[in-house]
Design a protein around this ligand. Structure first.
Ligand SMILES: CC(C)(COP(=O)(O)OP(=O)(O)OC[C@H]1O[C@@H](n2cnc3c(N)ncnc32)[C@H](O)[C@@H]1OP(=O)(O)O)[C@@H](O)C(=O)NCCC(=O)NCCS
Length: 588
């Protein structure tokens, strides 16, 4: 295994803190004004919003998201939820948050302001009892550039994409005690070419869940965060506690801070409930001194912060500063970086990949963004081999040969073949995956077994005159490719809900005394879906696999046959090599 492959397998989910594109998010108050508007914005930015909750409105659908009466109902129906973001007016926040935490959701993000302190304390007790965390109240939430946002940081997705630079390969973590300044800090860092792993607004109230030192410890533990940028303010002892963590070597990454509220006098509340100097504690001077003595950089003016961060990153040869070319870019691609004498696919040097990873692994890398483990690489390779050709009768081979017989070029002839790969040719891979997912979702939603969900779905499909894609074959009763793919999938430990649903469908057909076994398209669809591949790429994977076959047909047509011949679609023989095996010497 390559070192990078190992790294990926160990840290697949550690590329940001609190929120990323994989976290399953619930929106409480989704039917309300703000809940609805923010759901749209969060989804536009890439957040995986799976459900909403408003008591009494269960069964509705908002922006395609199913609404439930309680978080527990949502979890029962859809499975684990990672984060709940609460857009419920202050008086209802305590009940909303506690119901989310009691449903096993490990992070509640509490956006509303004016939540009573006693309520926040009760939420804290519930979080502790459930081994969970909460951000806020009175928080704009958290945003991991390029991955996802929970709450209200960044506004429109398009602006957020322009302002905050994704922390790839690495970024700095931003912790702010002010909502507005959380976005501003992210924006000015982006202008200075600094990449960000996550921006966290911890909230301005006196009692909050994740405090500044907690967030700093999360960034310390995140291997993709190189330095920690703080927008602090007067009041509370959070900055002093952070200084102590640095002294105790519990925070070892560079800390660069600005502390607001220099001009505030004792007893004046500075903007937030938590920003008050009482009894000489929490002063601006005290915080600056504690942090500087601990070794942190504290700038005197906010405008100096971005440059101070750049200087530190340059000194440590950090990867969070953008090159001039990246800074000046007007659009970005995340696939391949090409520089003089270096080509890197999804970050991997192409020369390092060559001869070390299979083509199947490289296809996984380019489409999924990550290298697969060796057994999954073998499975990908097998999928590509399984579809390399299926004789001269499939529409793609006939189309390619027909166009080739007119004297068209290789590219035009192969393109004609590719153009015939559509919904009814190769498309069963994607259709089958979607239908299997619908069966698995139904089993979860209606709390029934997968077998029952398959039977009900097939009955409904039969009544509607629809067919289950990926099952049955016009020629093979026992497709030789399917058994082998399932064997390799078993070896790779791929057995998610799609694979389980295929078995349930086969049993349901058998119960109905029908012999409709899964075919190669169905098997590939189930496997690719369980691997987490985007269904939009499934037909593409079939095209990748079939292209060598099409090239062979075009060349054979143009070298062996007369131009403009009338091609019989069925009646053709085979005069290639006699059957042979890898286990004999003949292929050597
Ligand atoms: C939370 C807040 C955004 C809600 O405002 P809003 O969207 O205008 O309020 P709405 O009344 O339209 O919507 C609230 C929804 O929550 C629902 N709700 C109430 N209790 C609920 C609960 N326990 N669970 C889920 N939903 C609940 C309501 O039924 C309502 O939905 P409906 O309109 O379909 O009935 C607002 O009260 C607020 O606090 N704003 C300030 C936020 C802020 O600035 N934060 C920090 C910045 S630094």
């Amino acid at each position: 295994m390559l070192a990078g492959q190992r790294r990926f397998l160990q840290h697949e989910t550690a590329m940001a803190i609190l929120i990323d594109e994989k976290k399953r998010v619930l929106v409480q108050g989704i039917t309300g004004r703000e809940g609805q508007a923010r759901t749209r914005l969060m989804r536009d930015y890439g957040t995986n919003v799976v459900a909403g909750v408003t008591p009494g409105k269960g069964g509705q659908v908002v922006l395609g998201v199913p609404v439930f009466n309680t978080p527990q109902e949502a979890v029962n129906s859809l499975g684990q939820v990672d984060i709940s973001v609460v857009f419920v007016p202050a008086a209802g926040v305590k009940d909303a948050a506690i119901s989310a935490l009691d449903a096993g959701i490990k992070l509640a993000v509490l956006v509303p302001d004016r939540v009573p302190v006693w309520d926040a304390m009760e939420i804290a007790a519930a979080a502790k009892a459930n081994g969970a965390m909460f951000l806020g109240p009175n928080t704009l939430g958290a945003l991991s550039p390029g991955k996802g946002v929970v709450g209200m940081i960044g506004g429109r997705a398009e602006s957020a994409r322009q302002w905050f630079k994704p922390g790839v390969p690495k970024g700095v973590g931003v912790i702010s005690r002010s909502g507005g300044m959380a976005s501003s800090t992210g924006y000015y860092l982006g202008q200075a070419g600094v990449r960000i792993s996550t921006i966290v607004h911890i909230g301005g109230d006196a009692v909050i869940g994740i405090r500044l030192p907690d967030a700093a410890l999360m960034f310390e533990a995140d291997p993709f965060t190189e330095a920690i940028v703080i927008f602090g303010e007067i009041g509370s002892s959070q900055e002093e506690e952070l200084a102590q963590l640095i002294v105790d070597r519990k925070i070892t990454k560079p800390v660069i801070a600005y502390i607001g509220g220099k001009a505030a006098r004792e007893g004046t509340r500075f903007s937030h409930a938590g920003a008050i100097i009482e009894g000489g504690r929490g002063t601006h001077a005290g915080k600056v001194k504690a942090l500087r003595e601990a070794g942190a950089i504290v700038v005197d003016a906010f405008g100096e912060l971005p440059n101070a961060v750049v200087q530190i990153l340059k000194k440590m040869k950090g990867q969070s500063v953008m090159s001039e070319a990246d800074k000046n870019a007007v659009w970005n691609t995340a696939i391949t970086r090409v520089e003089p004498n270096r080509v890197a696919v999804r970050g991997y040097d192409i020369a390092e990949l060559m001869g070390r990873v299979s083509f199947g692994a490289a296809v996984h890398l380019i489409l999924r963004g990550e290298l697969p483990s060796p057994p999954i690489a073998r499975l990908m390779e097998a999928i590509l081999v399984s579809s390399i050709d299926h004789g001269a009768t499939p529409p793609s081979a006939l189309a390619a040969r027909t166009v080739a017989s007119t004297g068209a070029s290789l590219s035009a002839s192969v393109a004609a073949g590719i153009m015939s790969i559509n919904r009814h040719h190769g498309g069963a891979i994607e259709d089958c995956a979607r239908q299997l997912k619908a069966i698995a979702d139904r089993a979860a939603r209606e709390s029934i077994s997968m077998d029952e969900a398959a039977t009900r779905t097939l009955t409904a499909m039969r009544e509607a005159g629809e067919r289950m894609a990926g099952f049955g074959h016009r020629l093979h009763t026992k497709d030789p490719r399917t058994a082998r793919l399932f064997e390799l999938a078993r070896e790779a430990g791929v057995d998610g809900v799609h694979m389980q649903a295929t078995r349930a469908v086969e049993r349901a057909f058998a119960d109905a005394k029908k012999s409709v076994p899964i075919n190669v398209d169905g098997a590939i669809g189930a496997i690719l879906a369980d691997l987490g591949m985007n269904p939009a790429a499934f037909n593409g994977i079939f095209m990748i696999a079939r292209t060598p076959g099409l090239i062979a047909h075009v060349i054979e047509e143009q070298t062996r046959e007369r131009p403009m011949r009338r091609i019989d679609p069925v009646n053709h023989g085979y005069d290639g090599p006699a059957p042979r095996s890898l286990t004999t010497n003949e292929h050597k």
